[in-house]
Ligand binder design. Sequence first.
Ligand code: EPZ
Length: 418
Amino acid sequence: MDKYIINGGNRLYGEIDIQSAKNSVLPILAATVLTDERVTLENVPQITDVRNMLRILECLGCKTVLSGNDVQIDSSCAVSYEIPSTLAHELRSSVFLLGSVISRFHRAKIAYPGGCDIGLRPIDLHLKGLKRLGVRIDEHNGYITCECQRLKGNEIMLDCPSVGATENIMLAAVLAEGRTVIKNAAREPEIEDLQNFLNSVGANISGAGSGTIVIDGVSALGGGSYRPIPDRIEAGTYLIAAAMCGGRVTLNGANGEMLSSLLHKLYENGCKIAQKDDKITIQADSRPRSVKSVETQPYPGFPTDLQAQMTALCALSAGSSVITENLFETRFKFVPELRKMGADITVADRNAFVSGVPALRGATVVAQDLRGGAALVLAALAADGRSEILNISHIDRGYSAMEYKLRAVSADIVRVTV
Ligand code: EPZ
Protein backbone atom coordinates (compact mmCIF):
# COMPACT_ATOMS: atom_id res chain seq x y z
CA MET A 1 0.00 0.00 0.00
CA ASP A 2 1.55 3.31 -1.03
CA LYS A 3 1.13 6.67 0.68
CA TYR A 4 2.06 10.28 -0.04
CA ILE A 5 4.08 12.36 2.43
CA ILE A 6 3.52 16.06 1.78
CA ASN A 7 5.05 19.11 3.44
CA GLY A 8 2.58 21.86 2.66
CA GLY A 9 2.98 25.60 2.19
CA ASN A 10 4.94 25.82 -1.08
CA ARG A 11 3.57 28.09 -3.78
CA LEU A 12 3.45 26.34 -7.16
CA TYR A 13 5.44 27.57 -10.18
CA GLY A 14 6.06 25.85 -13.51
CA GLU A 15 4.40 23.69 -16.17
CA ILE A 16 2.37 20.46 -16.12
CA ASP A 17 1.67 18.25 -19.15
CA ILE A 18 -1.92 16.96 -19.19
CA GLN A 19 -2.63 13.30 -19.93
CA SER A 20 -5.26 12.00 -22.38
CA ALA A 21 -8.68 11.78 -20.79
CA LYS A 22 -9.23 8.65 -18.68
CA ASN A 23 -12.96 8.86 -19.39
CA SER A 24 -12.30 8.97 -23.14
CA VAL A 25 -9.64 6.28 -23.28
CA LEU A 26 -11.75 3.74 -21.38
CA PRO A 27 -14.80 3.70 -23.72
CA ILE A 28 -12.50 3.94 -26.76
CA LEU A 29 -10.60 0.86 -25.55
CA ALA A 30 -13.96 -0.92 -25.24
CA ALA A 31 -14.73 0.20 -28.81
CA THR A 32 -11.60 -1.52 -30.20
CA VAL A 33 -13.38 -4.87 -29.74
CA LEU A 34 -15.64 -3.84 -32.64
CA THR A 35 -12.94 -4.09 -35.33
CA ASP A 36 -10.58 -6.81 -36.57
CA GLU A 37 -8.06 -4.23 -37.66
CA ARG A 38 -5.27 -2.83 -35.49
CA VAL A 39 -5.92 0.36 -33.53
CA THR A 40 -3.19 2.52 -31.94
CA LEU A 41 -4.15 4.94 -29.17
CA GLU A 42 -1.62 7.72 -28.52
CA ASN A 43 -0.60 9.36 -25.23
CA VAL A 44 -2.61 6.91 -23.12
CA PRO A 45 -2.33 7.68 -19.38
CA GLN A 46 -0.46 5.05 -17.34
CA ILE A 47 -3.17 4.59 -14.71
CA THR A 48 -4.71 1.58 -13.04
CA ASP A 49 -8.08 1.81 -14.79
CA VAL A 50 -6.40 1.69 -18.20
CA ARG A 51 -4.22 -1.25 -17.17
CA ASN A 52 -7.30 -3.10 -15.94
CA MET A 53 -9.24 -2.36 -19.11
CA LEU A 54 -6.33 -3.74 -21.17
CA ARG A 55 -6.35 -6.86 -18.98
CA ILE A 56 -10.04 -7.32 -19.70
CA LEU A 57 -9.42 -6.99 -23.45
CA GLU A 58 -6.68 -9.62 -23.16
CA CYS A 59 -9.12 -11.95 -21.36
CA LEU A 60 -11.41 -11.62 -24.40
CA GLY A 61 -8.49 -12.72 -26.60
CA CYS A 62 -7.38 -9.31 -27.88
CA LYS A 63 -3.66 -8.61 -28.23
CA THR A 64 -2.35 -5.40 -26.64
CA VAL A 65 1.14 -3.89 -27.04
CA LEU A 66 2.28 -0.89 -24.99
CA SER A 67 5.11 1.22 -26.41
CA GLY A 68 5.83 4.32 -24.34
CA ASN A 69 2.48 6.03 -23.89
CA ASP A 70 1.00 4.51 -27.04
CA VAL A 71 -0.98 1.26 -26.96
CA GLN A 72 -1.81 -0.94 -29.94
CA ILE A 73 -4.86 -3.23 -29.77
CA ASP A 74 -5.51 -6.13 -32.16
CA SER A 75 -8.95 -7.64 -31.60
CA SER A 76 -8.87 -9.94 -34.63
CA CYS A 77 -8.27 -12.91 -32.28
CA ALA A 78 -10.98 -11.97 -29.76
CA VAL A 79 -12.88 -15.17 -28.91
CA SER A 80 -14.52 -14.75 -25.51
CA TYR A 81 -17.71 -12.89 -24.75
CA GLU A 82 -17.37 -13.21 -20.96
CA ILE A 83 -15.80 -10.42 -18.89
CA PRO A 84 -14.11 -11.93 -15.79
CA SER A 85 -15.86 -10.89 -12.54
CA THR A 86 -12.60 -10.07 -10.74
CA LEU A 87 -11.81 -7.41 -13.33
CA ALA A 88 -15.42 -6.26 -13.80
CA HIS A 89 -15.49 -5.45 -10.10
CA GLU A 90 -12.27 -3.46 -10.42
CA LEU A 91 -13.65 -0.78 -12.67
CA ARG A 92 -16.96 0.80 -13.59
CA SER A 93 -16.10 1.17 -17.24
CA SER A 94 -16.08 -2.62 -17.69
CA VAL A 95 -19.81 -2.13 -18.30
CA PHE A 96 -19.03 -0.27 -21.57
CA LEU A 97 -17.86 -3.61 -22.92
CA LEU A 98 -21.44 -4.90 -22.91
CA GLY A 99 -22.30 -2.85 -25.99
CA SER A 100 -19.19 -3.70 -27.97
CA VAL A 101 -19.03 -7.40 -27.00
CA ILE A 102 -22.72 -7.89 -27.90
CA SER A 103 -22.04 -6.09 -31.19
CA ARG A 104 -19.23 -8.50 -32.01
CA PHE A 105 -20.43 -11.82 -30.56
CA HIS A 106 -24.20 -11.27 -30.30
CA ARG A 107 -23.82 -12.37 -26.71
CA ALA A 108 -22.09 -11.11 -23.56
CA LYS A 109 -21.73 -12.08 -19.92
CA ILE A 110 -20.50 -9.68 -17.25
CA ALA A 111 -20.62 -9.38 -13.47
CA TYR A 112 -22.10 -6.18 -12.08
CA PRO A 113 -19.41 -3.49 -12.54
CA GLY A 114 -17.37 -2.01 -9.69
CA GLY A 115 -15.65 1.39 -9.56
CA CYS A 116 -15.54 4.22 -7.06
CA ASP A 117 -17.92 3.90 -4.10
CA ILE A 118 -19.57 7.28 -4.71
CA GLY A 119 -23.17 6.18 -4.95
CA LEU A 120 -25.64 3.51 -6.08
CA ARG A 121 -24.40 3.62 -9.69
CA PRO A 122 -27.26 1.69 -11.28
CA ILE A 123 -27.06 0.45 -14.88
CA ASP A 124 -30.78 0.31 -15.61
CA LEU A 125 -30.48 2.87 -18.43
CA HIS A 126 -27.70 0.84 -20.07
CA LEU A 127 -29.88 -2.28 -20.04
CA LYS A 128 -33.06 -0.47 -21.17
CA GLY A 129 -31.18 0.97 -24.13
CA LEU A 130 -29.72 -2.40 -25.15
CA LYS A 131 -33.19 -4.00 -24.92
CA ARG A 132 -34.48 -1.32 -27.33
CA LEU A 133 -31.88 -2.59 -29.81
CA GLY A 134 -33.18 -6.16 -29.53
CA VAL A 135 -30.94 -7.56 -26.80
CA ARG A 136 -32.43 -10.21 -24.48
CA ILE A 137 -31.04 -9.68 -20.96
CA ASP A 138 -30.99 -12.04 -17.97
CA GLU A 139 -29.79 -10.85 -14.55
CA HIS A 140 -28.96 -13.71 -12.21
CA ASN A 141 -26.55 -14.30 -9.29
CA GLY A 142 -24.76 -10.99 -9.83
CA TYR A 143 -24.24 -11.64 -13.53
CA ILE A 144 -25.78 -10.01 -16.59
CA THR A 145 -26.15 -12.31 -19.59
CA CYS A 146 -27.09 -10.81 -22.95
CA GLU A 147 -28.09 -12.42 -26.25
CA CYS A 148 -29.38 -11.17 -29.58
CA GLN A 149 -29.71 -12.53 -33.09
CA ARG A 150 -29.30 -9.19 -34.78
CA LEU A 151 -29.02 -5.71 -33.31
CA LYS A 152 -31.62 -3.44 -34.90
CA GLY A 153 -31.55 0.36 -34.74
CA ASN A 154 -34.24 2.12 -32.71
CA GLU A 155 -35.08 5.39 -30.97
CA ILE A 156 -33.96 5.53 -27.33
CA MET A 157 -34.93 8.22 -24.83
CA LEU A 158 -32.66 8.27 -21.76
CA ASP A 159 -34.40 9.14 -18.47
CA CYS A 160 -31.26 11.05 -17.51
CA PRO A 161 -28.18 12.03 -19.60
CA SER A 162 -26.05 9.11 -18.38
CA VAL A 163 -22.50 9.18 -19.78
CA GLY A 164 -22.01 5.43 -19.58
CA ALA A 165 -25.44 4.53 -20.93
CA THR A 166 -24.95 6.92 -23.88
CA GLU A 167 -21.58 5.34 -24.66
CA ASN A 168 -22.81 1.76 -24.26
CA ILE A 169 -25.72 2.33 -26.63
CA MET A 170 -23.42 4.00 -29.18
CA LEU A 171 -21.12 0.95 -29.06
CA ALA A 172 -24.04 -1.44 -29.52
CA ALA A 173 -25.59 0.60 -32.35
CA VAL A 174 -22.53 1.25 -34.52
CA LEU A 175 -22.79 -2.13 -36.35
CA ALA A 176 -26.56 -2.58 -35.90
CA GLU A 177 -29.03 -2.73 -38.80
CA GLY A 178 -30.51 0.69 -39.56
CA ARG A 179 -30.62 3.96 -37.61
CA THR A 180 -30.44 4.50 -33.83
CA VAL A 181 -31.35 7.85 -32.31
CA ILE A 182 -30.36 8.52 -28.67
CA LYS A 183 -32.40 11.35 -27.12
CA ASN A 184 -31.46 13.11 -23.88
CA ALA A 185 -27.93 11.81 -24.51
CA ALA A 186 -25.02 12.91 -22.30
CA ARG A 187 -23.13 15.88 -23.79
CA GLU A 188 -19.70 15.41 -22.18
CA PRO A 189 -16.64 16.02 -24.43
CA GLU A 190 -15.70 12.38 -23.94
CA ILE A 191 -18.89 11.37 -25.79
CA GLU A 192 -17.84 13.51 -28.75
CA ASP A 193 -14.37 11.97 -28.55
CA LEU A 194 -15.87 8.47 -28.74
CA GLN A 195 -17.92 9.54 -31.79
CA ASN A 196 -14.80 11.00 -33.43
CA PHE A 197 -12.81 7.83 -32.77
CA LEU A 198 -15.58 5.57 -34.13
CA ASN A 199 -16.02 7.74 -37.23
CA SER A 200 -12.23 7.67 -37.76
CA VAL A 201 -12.45 3.87 -38.16
CA GLY A 202 -15.52 3.94 -40.43
CA ALA A 203 -18.63 4.45 -38.28
CA ASN A 204 -21.43 6.85 -39.22
CA ILE A 205 -22.37 8.87 -36.13
CA SER A 206 -23.41 12.50 -35.69
CA GLY A 207 -24.73 14.80 -32.97
CA ALA A 208 -22.45 13.85 -30.07
CA GLY A 209 -22.09 16.86 -27.78
CA SER A 210 -25.71 17.79 -28.42
CA GLY A 211 -28.61 16.05 -26.63
CA THR A 212 -29.42 13.91 -29.69
CA ILE A 213 -27.04 11.41 -31.27
CA VAL A 214 -27.77 9.64 -34.58
CA ILE A 215 -25.98 6.37 -35.40
CA ASP A 216 -26.43 4.77 -38.82
CA GLY A 217 -25.22 1.15 -38.60
CA VAL A 218 -22.36 0.12 -40.91
CA SER A 219 -21.21 -3.39 -41.86
CA ALA A 220 -17.66 -3.26 -40.48
CA LEU A 221 -15.07 -0.94 -38.96
CA GLY A 222 -11.42 -0.46 -39.90
CA GLY A 223 -8.31 0.45 -37.92
CA GLY A 224 -5.88 3.35 -37.52
CA SER A 225 -4.30 5.67 -34.95
CA TYR A 226 -6.11 8.06 -32.64
CA ARG A 227 -5.13 10.60 -29.96
CA PRO A 228 -7.88 11.08 -27.36
CA ILE A 229 -8.71 14.54 -25.98
CA PRO A 230 -6.88 15.92 -22.93
CA ASP A 231 -8.15 15.03 -19.47
CA ARG A 232 -10.26 18.01 -18.37
CA ILE A 233 -10.59 16.61 -14.84
CA GLU A 234 -6.83 16.20 -14.39
CA ALA A 235 -6.39 19.74 -15.74
CA GLY A 236 -9.07 21.10 -13.42
CA THR A 237 -7.47 19.33 -10.46
CA TYR A 238 -4.13 21.07 -11.04
CA LEU A 239 -5.79 24.46 -11.64
CA ILE A 240 -7.46 24.14 -8.24
CA ALA A 241 -4.11 23.10 -6.70
CA ALA A 242 -2.59 26.38 -7.91
CA ALA A 243 -5.58 28.39 -6.68
CA MET A 244 -5.18 26.82 -3.21
CA CYS A 245 -1.37 27.06 -2.94
CA GLY A 246 -0.82 30.33 -4.79
CA GLY A 247 1.75 30.81 -7.55
CA ARG A 248 1.66 30.57 -11.35
CA VAL A 249 1.17 27.31 -13.23
CA THR A 250 0.78 26.59 -16.95
CA LEU A 251 -0.99 23.44 -18.14
CA ASN A 252 0.22 22.09 -21.50
CA GLY A 253 -2.31 20.21 -23.65
CA ALA A 254 -5.39 21.53 -21.82
CA ASN A 255 -8.65 22.73 -23.37
CA GLY A 256 -10.19 25.67 -21.53
CA GLU A 257 -13.46 25.37 -23.49
CA MET A 258 -14.14 22.04 -21.74
CA LEU A 259 -13.51 23.65 -18.34
CA SER A 260 -15.51 26.85 -18.61
CA SER A 261 -17.76 26.05 -15.61
CA LEU A 262 -14.64 25.66 -13.40
CA LEU A 263 -12.85 28.67 -14.87
CA HIS A 264 -15.81 30.89 -13.99
CA LYS A 265 -15.61 29.71 -10.37
CA LEU A 266 -11.86 30.38 -10.28
CA TYR A 267 -12.48 33.92 -11.58
CA GLU A 268 -14.88 34.33 -8.62
CA ASN A 269 -12.07 33.10 -6.35
CA GLY A 270 -9.94 35.98 -7.66
CA CYS A 271 -7.56 33.91 -9.81
CA LYS A 272 -6.09 35.32 -13.04
CA ILE A 273 -6.38 32.90 -15.98
CA ALA A 274 -4.95 33.16 -19.50
CA GLN A 275 -5.54 30.74 -22.36
CA LYS A 276 -3.46 30.42 -25.54
CA ASP A 277 -3.77 27.52 -28.00
CA ASP A 278 -3.70 24.35 -25.87
CA LYS A 279 -2.25 26.03 -22.78
CA ILE A 280 -3.99 27.41 -19.69
CA THR A 281 -2.03 29.60 -17.25
CA ILE A 282 -3.41 30.32 -13.78
CA GLN A 283 -1.97 32.91 -11.37
CA ALA A 284 -3.08 33.12 -7.73
CA ASP A 285 -1.52 35.87 -5.64
CA SER A 286 -3.65 35.92 -2.50
CA ARG A 287 -6.06 33.87 -0.40
CA PRO A 288 -8.99 32.80 -2.62
CA ARG A 289 -12.22 34.76 -2.26
CA SER A 290 -15.22 32.54 -1.46
CA VAL A 291 -17.52 31.12 -4.11
CA LYS A 292 -21.07 31.36 -2.82
CA SER A 293 -22.34 28.11 -4.36
CA VAL A 294 -21.25 25.19 -6.50
CA GLU A 295 -23.88 22.79 -7.95
CA THR A 296 -22.73 19.71 -9.87
CA GLN A 297 -24.63 19.10 -13.09
CA PRO A 298 -24.23 17.05 -16.27
CA TYR A 299 -21.98 18.74 -18.85
CA PRO A 300 -21.66 21.67 -19.51
CA GLY A 301 -22.56 22.26 -15.85
CA PHE A 302 -20.00 22.05 -13.06
CA PRO A 303 -18.47 18.53 -13.23
CA THR A 304 -19.12 16.17 -10.34
CA ASP A 305 -15.56 14.87 -10.82
CA LEU A 306 -14.22 18.27 -9.64
CA GLN A 307 -16.63 18.64 -6.72
CA ALA A 308 -14.28 17.29 -4.05
CA GLN A 309 -11.37 19.39 -5.27
CA MET A 310 -13.57 22.52 -5.32
CA THR A 311 -14.82 21.76 -1.80
CA ALA A 312 -11.19 21.67 -0.62
CA LEU A 313 -10.61 25.05 -2.27
CA CYS A 314 -13.69 26.50 -0.56
CA ALA A 315 -12.44 25.10 2.76
CA LEU A 316 -9.64 27.70 2.83
CA SER A 317 -11.35 30.53 0.94
CA ALA A 318 -12.32 33.79 2.68
CA GLY A 319 -16.04 33.32 3.33
CA SER A 320 -18.66 30.58 3.19
CA SER A 321 -19.89 28.32 0.37
CA VAL A 322 -22.57 25.71 -0.28
CA ILE A 323 -21.58 22.73 -2.42
CA THR A 324 -24.45 20.65 -3.83
CA GLU A 325 -23.73 17.19 -5.30
CA ASN A 326 -26.63 16.40 -7.63
CA LEU A 327 -25.30 13.32 -9.43
CA PHE A 328 -24.02 10.85 -6.83
CA GLU A 329 -25.45 9.93 -3.45
CA THR A 330 -22.26 9.53 -1.39
CA ARG A 331 -19.63 11.77 -2.90
CA PHE A 332 -18.71 13.64 0.34
CA LYS A 333 -16.75 10.76 1.95
CA PHE A 334 -13.58 12.90 1.84
CA VAL A 335 -15.12 15.55 4.15
CA PRO A 336 -14.35 13.83 7.50
CA GLU A 337 -10.75 13.54 6.30
CA LEU A 338 -10.65 17.24 5.42
CA ARG A 339 -12.02 18.04 8.89
CA LYS A 340 -8.95 16.29 10.39
CA MET A 341 -6.98 19.06 8.62
CA GLY A 342 -9.05 21.78 10.28
CA ALA A 343 -11.70 22.29 7.60
CA ASP A 344 -15.05 23.64 8.83
CA ILE A 345 -17.57 21.66 6.72
CA THR A 346 -21.00 20.27 7.61
CA VAL A 347 -22.68 17.77 5.28
CA ALA A 348 -26.48 17.44 5.16
CA ASP A 349 -27.81 15.09 2.47
CA ARG A 350 -26.59 16.44 -0.90
CA ASN A 351 -25.17 19.69 0.50
CA ALA A 352 -21.84 20.56 2.09
CA PHE A 353 -21.85 23.85 4.05
CA VAL A 354 -18.31 25.23 4.10
CA SER A 355 -16.92 28.05 6.25
CA GLY A 356 -13.51 28.95 4.91
CA VAL A 357 -10.62 28.93 7.43
CA PRO A 358 -7.42 30.99 7.02
CA ALA A 359 -5.26 27.86 6.98
CA LEU A 360 -5.48 24.07 7.07
CA ARG A 361 -3.05 22.01 9.15
CA GLY A 362 -1.17 18.88 8.10
CA ALA A 363 -2.63 15.54 9.24
CA THR A 364 -2.69 11.85 8.40
CA VAL A 365 -5.74 11.21 6.22
CA VAL A 366 -7.13 8.29 4.18
CA ALA A 367 -8.26 8.49 0.54
CA GLN A 368 -11.75 6.98 0.13
CA ASP A 369 -12.10 7.27 -3.66
CA LEU A 370 -10.36 8.70 -6.72
CA ARG A 371 -11.43 12.35 -6.72
CA GLY A 372 -11.82 12.63 -2.95
CA GLY A 373 -8.25 11.37 -2.66
CA ALA A 374 -7.07 14.04 -5.10
CA ALA A 375 -8.85 16.67 -2.98
CA LEU A 376 -6.91 15.52 0.09
CA VAL A 377 -3.63 15.92 -1.82
CA LEU A 378 -4.55 19.49 -2.75
CA ALA A 379 -5.48 20.29 0.85
CA ALA A 380 -2.17 18.85 2.10
CA LEU A 381 -0.20 20.89 -0.46
CA ALA A 382 -1.82 24.08 0.86
CA ALA A 383 -1.80 23.13 4.56
CA ASP A 384 0.77 24.20 7.18
CA GLY A 385 3.02 21.29 8.11
CA ARG A 386 3.32 17.62 7.25
CA SER A 387 0.57 15.35 5.95
CA GLU A 388 0.34 11.68 5.07
CA ILE A 389 -2.26 10.53 2.52
CA LEU A 390 -2.96 6.80 2.86
CA ASN A 391 -4.67 4.47 0.34
CA ILE A 392 -3.39 6.38 -2.67
CA SER A 393 -4.15 3.39 -4.91
CA HIS A 394 -7.51 5.16 -5.37
CA ILE A 395 -5.67 8.16 -6.82
CA ASP A 396 -3.52 5.94 -9.06
CA ARG A 397 -6.72 4.85 -10.82
CA GLY A 398 -7.06 8.21 -12.57
CA TYR A 399 -3.91 10.33 -12.25
CA SER A 400 -0.65 9.37 -13.94
CA ALA A 401 2.60 10.41 -12.21
CA MET A 402 0.86 12.87 -9.88
CA GLU A 403 3.84 13.22 -7.54
CA TYR A 404 6.24 13.86 -10.44
CA LYS A 405 3.97 16.48 -11.97
CA LEU A 406 3.52 18.26 -8.63
CA ARG A 407 7.24 18.14 -7.76
CA ALA A 408 7.94 19.75 -11.14
CA VAL A 409 6.01 22.82 -9.92
CA SER A 410 7.80 22.99 -6.52
CA ALA A 411 5.45 20.87 -4.37
CA ASP A 412 7.10 18.90 -1.57
CA ILE A 413 5.55 15.44 -2.12
CA VAL A 414 7.00 11.94 -2.07
CA ARG A 415 5.47 8.50 -2.57
CA VAL A 416 6.37 5.90 0.05
CA THR A 417 5.61 2.20 -0.28
CA VAL A 418 4.61 0.75 3.09
C1 EPZ B 1 -19.07 8.57 -15.87
O1 EPZ B 1 -19.58 7.65 -14.94
C2 EPZ B 1 -17.63 8.83 -15.43
N1 EPZ B 1 -16.86 7.58 -15.48
C3 EPZ B 1 -17.61 9.37 -13.99
O2 EPZ B 1 -16.26 9.67 -13.66
C4 EPZ B 1 -18.43 10.66 -13.96
O3 EPZ B 1 -18.51 11.11 -12.61
C5 EPZ B 1 -19.85 10.41 -14.49
O4 EPZ B 1 -19.79 9.82 -15.80
C6 EPZ B 1 -20.67 11.68 -14.57
O5 EPZ B 1 -20.00 12.61 -15.38
C7 EPZ B 1 -16.40 7.15 -16.68
O6 EPZ B 1 -16.62 7.77 -17.71
C8 EPZ B 1 -15.57 5.90 -16.66
P1 EPZ B 1 -23.46 8.42 -15.33
P2 EPZ B 1 -21.04 6.95 -15.21
O7 EPZ B 1 -24.04 7.19 -15.90
O8 EPZ B 1 -21.19 6.69 -16.65
C9 EPZ B 1 -27.45 7.84 -12.94
C10 EPZ B 1 -14.31 9.67 -12.36
O9 EPZ B 1 -14.06 10.14 -11.24
N2 EPZ B 1 -27.62 6.60 -13.71
O10 EPZ B 1 -23.39 9.66 -16.17
O11 EPZ B 1 -21.17 5.84 -14.25
C11 EPZ B 1 -26.37 7.69 -11.88
O12 EPZ B 1 -26.89 7.14 -10.71
C12 EPZ B 1 -15.62 8.95 -12.60
O13 EPZ B 1 -13.55 9.75 -13.36
C13 EPZ B 1 -28.81 5.89 -13.61
O14 EPZ B 1 -29.71 6.26 -12.89
O15 EPZ B 1 -22.01 8.13 -14.76
C14 EPZ B 1 -25.90 9.10 -11.65
O16 EPZ B 1 -26.79 9.72 -10.73
C15 EPZ B 1 -16.48 8.84 -11.34
N3 EPZ B 1 -28.94 4.73 -14.34
C16 EPZ B 1 -26.10 9.77 -13.00
O17 EPZ B 1 -26.94 8.89 -13.78
C17 EPZ B 1 -27.95 4.28 -15.17
O18 EPZ B 1 -28.14 3.23 -15.83
C18 EPZ B 1 -24.81 9.99 -13.77
O19 EPZ B 1 -24.21 8.74 -13.96
C19 EPZ B 1 -26.76 5.02 -15.26
C20 EPZ B 1 -26.61 6.19 -14.52
